[in-house]
Design a protein around this ligand. Structure first.
Ligand code: ADP
Ligand code: MG
Length: 368
């Protein structure tokens, strides 16, 4: 039984969307709580944007239901929904200054001048651009422009903010700074953020919870730690972090059991063998220098895995020393890890019901 009966901020029930023969979203059911920073993470084409557009009302579902704060809005137009969207390609009006850009939406809604000035000022404060109101968009950096776009959405005081890869156009350094900013802004304003990204690190950094999408379906919903430490399918293990899968005969030889297993690269020791560790020998195939750490791809002395390829593991090692003693390709090394760091996975990813593509989903039953 659920401990809290609080009405979810967003409730999606069996949500589906087909474009012709493409089943873009294939039965998504999800509850988001009030004030949550929720991310939808998945590869390109997995249906994330389509889910977001259906929540906003820009796209009509083929089947299923959308509730906002307990109200069924499935058939409501976008303007009747208490949500706002921030896109990657935010277009600011170049001939208006920042404050005018932010208050524009309120002007359209005929909010009196004094009030809209005040609210636009507050929205700019909340994105830490309070002193930039009289600048033109062209006089701002990319990150500042993105924050103006955010302020323009926040000024409407929506219950829910939808963000579709809003940091996608920024370079990596700025992106990292904006991630921290965005998280702080979300805490300050306290509204529900639904954040779409294909970047696993970004999702882990920002989110209270993450839904991992593949092929229009949710593979797993969990908080960042649980998603990383306890992925529930090979797909999630591979998409969130480095998968390091061992299967078939390789699993039997290395882990001691048949099945599908994963060990995270940073959990593997190379120069020491902790008490109780499992060990395997291998040959360094590749060394990747990453600045603060190195990645080693190690071919294991073990029979081929299920797919017939030679089993290998990627090992991450911090660069603690200037001259790292572990080194070069072709070198023989021993890997060791503790049994509790072995993640056991089902052999295959959860699949769509093969009937689902041909038969329409049954109509949703109303409980009332
Ligand atoms: P994501 O945001 O995860 O990259 P999308 O939701 O944009 O994925 O797309 C999911 C699938 O739906 C893709 O196969 C995409 O090509 C298809 N799709 C999205 N929008 C349309 C559309 N308007 N018409 C036809 N196909 C679409
Ligand atoms: Mg998208």
């Amino acid at each position: 039984m659920r401990e809290s009966a609080a009405t979810p901020s967003i409730r999606l029930t069996n949500l589906a969307k087909s474009f012709g023969s493409v089943r873009a979203v294939d039965g998504v059911t999800l509850d988001l709580s009030d004030g949550e920073f929720f991310s939808m993470l998945g590869p390109s084409g997995s249906g994330k944007t389509t889910v977001l557009r259906m929540i906003a009302g820009f796209e009509q579902p083929t089947s299923g239901r959308i509730e906002l704060a307990g109200v069924d809005v499935t058939d409501q137009p976008p303007f009747a929904r208490d949500v706002n969207t921030v896109f990657q390609d935010y277009a600011l009006f170049p001939h208006m200054n920042v404050l005018e850009n932010v208050e524009y939406g309120l002007r359209v809604k005929k909010v009196p001048k004094a009030e809209r000035r005040r609210r636009a000022g507050e929205a700019l404060e909340s994105v830490r651009l309070g002193s930039h109101g009289d600048r033109r968009p062209g006089q701002l950096s990319g990150g500042q422009r993105q924050r103006v776009a955010l302020a323009r959405a926040l000024v409407n005081r929506p219950k829910v903010l939808l963000l579709d890869e809003p940091l996608g156009a920024l370079d990596l350094k700025l992106r990292r700074e904006m991630q921290i900013e965005l998280k702080q802004i979300q805490r300050d304003v306290g509204i529900t953020f639904v954040f779409v990204t294909h970047d696993q690190e970004e999702a882990l950094t920002l989110s209270d919870r993450i839904a991992v999408f593949n092929d229009g379906r949710i593979q797993q919903v969990a908080d960042p730690r649980a998603l990383y430490e306890s992925p529930q399918s090979p797909f999630v293990a591979g998409f969130v972090g480095t998968s390091n899968l061992l299967t078939g005969a390789a699993a039997l030889a290395v882990i001691g059991r048949d099945g599908t297993f994963s060990i995270r690269p940073e959990k593997i020791h190379v120069s020491s063998v902790p008490e109780g560790a499992t060990t395997v020998e291998g040959t360094v195939r590749e060394v990747v220098y990453l600045g603060s750490s190195n990645h080693y791809v190690v071919d294991l002395d073990a029979p081929p895995g299920e797919d017939g390829s030679r089993p290998s593991l990627t090992v991450q090692r911090q660069n603690l020393h200037h001259d790292d003693e572990l080194g070069s390709r072709g070198e023989r090394i021993r890997l060791a890890w503790l049994p509790e760091h072995v993640i056991e996975l089902p052999d295959t990813d959860p699949q769509a019901d093969p009937q689902a593509d041909t038969a329409p989903a049954p109509p949703t039953e109303e409980s009332a």
